[in-house]
Design a protein around this ligand. Structure first.
Ligand code: ITT
Length: 190
């Protein structure tokens, strides 16, 4: 089964491929010759995920899935949320993390969660799969693995950040792996 993953983020592609295994033939946007920056203008993860699959279905008529993920911080009323990739106004994660740490400076309640929503479009039908992992934001960066906000996020029940874990270890518990596993489970029975 050929499935297009609507992403340009190679970290995510690798993570998802590792979770799904070789059973599914995953193609990236580049693989299908799509070099567009698919618009993400929704105000929810669901809307953004569906915009990605709608775009591909309309133009390429392919079976596909797309995800939208982000970090929700309680003390910041759920920010950066759908704006996680560009919280500071740029995609520069040094600036984005600096902004989070600055806004949480002196704030004691640091609960946060990563969320993923996947939109799957398969043979004419739309499906959604969700995943979340609770944790907290620490005061300074630790570790150099992973990507995005990984250096400042410690999942509940752990003492290391996502960036201090191996990819395999993060993949076992991450928001994305929870959502992807649900989709993989669904695809198995398809
Ligand atoms: P695509 O839209 O091309 O898929 P993206 O980088 O925009 O790539 P998302 O919309 O899924 O990816 O995620 C938005 C941002 O949320 C992402 O750029 C990271 O900063 C952050 N993020 C998502 N998943 C993360 C993870 O597992 N670890 C750390 N940060 C993450």
């Amino acid at each position: 089964l050929k499935l297009v993953f609507a992403t340009n983020n190679t970290h995510k592609l690798e993570e998802v491929q590792a979770i799904i295994g070789n059973k599914f033939n995953l193609k990236s946007l580049t693989d299908i010759g799509c070099h567009d920056d698919i618009p993400e203008t929704g105000v929810t993860f669901h809307e953004n995920a569906q915009q990605k699959t709608d775009y591909l279905v309309e133009r390429f008529k392919v079976n596909c899935f797309g995800d939208d993920s982000g970090l929700e911080i309680d003390a910041l009323n759920g920010e950066p949320g759908v704006y996680s990739a560009r919280y500071s106004g740029s995609r520069d994660m040094v600036q984005n993390i600096d902004l989070v740490l600055e806004r949480l400076n002196g704030v004691e309640s640091r609960a946060a969660r990563f969320k993923t929503v996947i939109s799957l479009f398969l043979e004419g039908k739309q499906y959604f799969f969700e995943g979340a992992i609770e944790g907290r934001i620490i005061e300074e960066r630790r570790g150099d693995g992973g990507f995005g906000y990984d250096p400042i996020f410690i999942p509940e029940g752990y003492s290391r950040t996502f960036a201090e874990m191996s990819a395999a270890e993060k993949n076992l518990i991450s928001h994305r792996s929870i959502a992807v596993s649900k989709m993989a489970e669904f695809l198995k029975g398809y």
